[in-house]
Write a protein that binds this ligand. Structure first.
Ligand SMILES: Cc1ncc(COP(=O)(O)O)c(C=O)c1O
Length: 360
């Protein structure tokens, strides 16, 4: 039998939740996607692309890069597209990490970082996030003294929702000017906070973003990174010339040119659904850990029973397994009516949990 490299054979497989199941009929709060149908003008743009029979051609990126440059306020030479931000993470780690190198990150973190570091035989130095879910600033700065090969700041962190303030990001950038600092901003549309302007002053900064979350395009796979042109040029040596498909560009351009719909969704989620759900949890005594973006952790008395109850009632959430949070599930917020629906179902579950506890 053929065998892969031993360090890969020893690795666990990354396991997204609810694999092998059709998630479409459910209210999907498990993968931090946009829960609304895509805007009609995006669907129309995709239809026109298909009807023009353009897809036999390899994709052409230059016109799109100009749109992305306008959208981000960055020169195209500072931008690079990726097949989802997962690929941007993969390319960055591949460029910087050799076997035995160290990646520094606050934990629990988005698991792709550890998985990709493992593929390259690199070690992850995790600084534990405290039970209050605040970013462990002091310990993180101390860990910089170990001189990791790559520093990762996920802002806000998935799964804990922990924000990292820009002042602290700047402290890190300035303290290790010869070490690359990757700032993952997958959720920045929900927080409005971005390290991108710091690129003018720090040449060790790499910012990663995605069209999967706020833009309702997770299935089309489009992400990008922003870095100094010298860094972008190096990363281009690793990425395939046609890794990003044309349909993703069509949808993304439609979203960037007419941003009203996705912005209205983000506003509804953050300004209506979020206060509604926090208020509901506070009133009913549900234990939860709020996050800076559109997702949060909930700590029921019996997590697995709660997750199964929600699934039986048509709602998917994600049970967490990392040390600090293994008794929680992560859920994202949807539109106000979806969030109200969740609250109605969860109230029934919570009442049962309460009654079962009282009769014990
Ligand atoms: C922090 C973070 N980074 C990156 C990603 C990857 O997103 P995508 O590959 O869909 O762009 C996710 C997805 O959940 C995430 O939470």
């Amino acid at each position: 039998m053929i065998t892969v490299q031993p360090h890969i054979a020893a690795m666990p497989k990354y396991q997204p939740p609810w694999q092998g199941m059709d998630r479409a009929p459910y209210l999907r709060l498990d993968l931090n996607e946009n829960t609304a149908p895509p805007p009609e003008h995006v669907v129309q743009a995709l239809k026109e692309y298909i009807e023009a029979r353009r897809f036999p051609l390899y994709p052409e990126y230059s016109p799109f890069m100009d749109s992305l440059a306008r959208f981000t306020g960055q020169n195209p030479s500072r931008l690079m597209l990726a097949n989802g931000s997962d690929q941007a993470i993969e390319l960055t780690l591949r460029a910087f990490l050799s076997p035995g190198d160290t990646l520094l990150v606050a934990q629990p973190e988005f698991p792709i970082f550890s998985q990709v570091a493992g593929v390259h035989g690199a070690r992850v130095l995790g600084v534990p996030i405290g039970p209050d879910m605040a970013f462990p600033k002091e310990a993180f700065v101390k860990a910089l003294d170990t001189r990791p090969r790559l520093v990762v700041l996920i802002n806000p962190n998935n799964p804990t929702g922990t924000p990292v303030d820009l002042g602290f990001i700047e402290t890190v950038l300035g303290r290790v000017p010869d070490i690359p600092v990757l700032v993952d901003e997958a959720y920045h549309e929900y927080t409005g906070v971005s390290a991108l302007p710091l690129l003018d002053r720090y040449d060790n900064l790499i910012v990663i973003r995605t069209f999967s979350k706020a833009f309702a395009m997770a299935g089309l796979r489009l992400g990008y990174l922003a870095a100094r042109p010298e860094v972008v040029a190096e990363l281009h040596k690793i990425r395939g010339p046609f890794d990003i498909n044309s349909m993703a560009l069509v949808a993304a351009r439609a979203q960037m040119e007419k941003p009203d719909a996705w912005r209205a969704y983000v506003r509804e989620v953050m300004k209506e659904s979020r206060p509604f759900l926090y208020g509901f949890f506070d009133r009913t005594g549900v234990d939860y850990l709020p996050g800076a973006a559109h997702f949060l952790l909930v700590r029921p008395k019996d997590r697995d029973t709660a997750v199964a109850f929600l699934k039986d009632h048509g709602i998917l959430v994600r049970p967490m397994h990392a040390p600090l949070i293994r008794d929680t599930f992560r859920m994202c917020l949807g539109t106000l009516s979806q969030t109200r629906h969740f609250a109605g179902v969860y109230e029934t579950y919570h009442r049962r949990e309460h009654e079962a506890g009282a009769s014990r």
